[in-house]
Write a protein that binds this ligand. Structure first.
Ligand SMILES: Nc1ncnc2c1ncn2[C@@H]1O[C@H](COP(=O)(O)OP(=O)(O)OP(=O)(O)O)[C@@H](O)[C@H]1O
Ligand SMILES: [Mg+2]
Length: 264
């Protein structure tokens, strides 16, 4: 089997005569953990939608785990990719337990009573809660969880089908500081798990990069303006160019922070 989980070759997406993505090239291998930066409207969500087969690119080649988009039955490919975005929390009944929220993903359902769950389903759901560090919350109802805990439950849910690629679209948006740190710690735990699939995390903030992440993609105006390892590519020059602002970047104990250069 190929060690490339996601490959985009010259991928473009055009709508209403405008490029939302333009000739993006990206190769994500097993074991890698990617962060995607870009200002509002730079094409981050569009990129994730293409990688999870919800949007077809206008041109270019997309391969996920060796399956080429357009050449394989899309129904067979969807379960290969785990996708988590903020709006999903609102679709869930607040009285479901955290364990049920994760377990229902085994059948792509939102409610537990449509299916009979096996002992294996339950054990698998518990394992996924454990991998992201929240097995202690398994019997808590979803509605009573903090926003950060909810996001961790949703990430565990997207891992239930054993995806070969995990895509997370701004999971920390709108969280307060403790909730954000709680989520980032969970993602750091998952990212260090060698059996976890490659992860792609979309965010606007370097503070949200979990320790252990390996690669970065900077998008601006639908173009990949820099791509590579965090060591070589996450720097003041690329970050400033991406957000069109003179930024100072700091690194401490595996975590990053950024501020604008003070005006003289
Ligand atoms: N179906 C569509 N038709 C036309 N324009 C679209 C469509 N979907 C998205 N866009 C536009 O494409 C651009 C990129 O959108 P996208 O959602 O990918 O950005 P983003 O980087 O995720 O932004 P944000 O940080 O705000 O989430 C935006 O200008 C958006 O308005
Ligand atoms: Mg978006």
């Amino acid at each position: 089997m190929t060690d490339v989980a996601l490959s985009l070759k010259d991928v473009s997406l055009a709508r209403d005569g405008k490029f939302l993505l333009e000739k993006v090239n990206l190769r994500i291998r097993h074991g890698e953990r990617w962060v995607v930066f870009g200002p509002n409207g730079s094409g981050k969500t569009s990129l994730l939608r293409i990688a999870s087969f919800y949007t077809h690119p206008t041109s270019g080649k997309v391969e996920v785990l060796g399956h080429e988009l357009g050449k394989t039955d899309i129904r067979k490919m969807r379960h290969l990719v785990g996708f988590s975005s903020q709006g999903f929390a609102d679709l869930l009944r607040p009285s479901l337990t955290a364990l049920e929220v994760v377990m229902t993903a085994a059948y792509g359902a939102l409610e537990p009573w449509w299916h009979k769950y096996s002992k294996e389903d339950k054990e698998k759901a518990l394992l996924e809660l454990k991998r992201i560090g929240i097995e202690g919350l398994r019997n808590r109802t979803f509605g009573t969880l903090s926003s950060g805990e909810k996001q961790r439950v949703l990430i565990a849910r997207s891992m239930m089908s054993d995806p070969g690629l995990l895509l997370l679209d701004e999971p920390a948006a709108g969280l307060d500081l403790p909730a954000r740190e709680n989520l980032v710690n969970g993602l750091s735990l998952l990212s260090k798990d060698t059996s976890a699939p490659p992860i792609v995390l979309v965010t606007h903030h370097v503070e949200e990069i979990p320790a252990g992440f390996t690669h970065v993609l900077f998008l601006r105006g639908g173009k990949a303006i820099a791509t590579g390892t965090i060591n070589e590519t996450l720097n003041e020059k690329n970050l400033s160019a991406c957000f069109d602002l003179d930024l100072r970047l700091q690194y401490r104990n595996g975590r990053w922070s950024a501020i604008a250069e003070p005006k003289q």
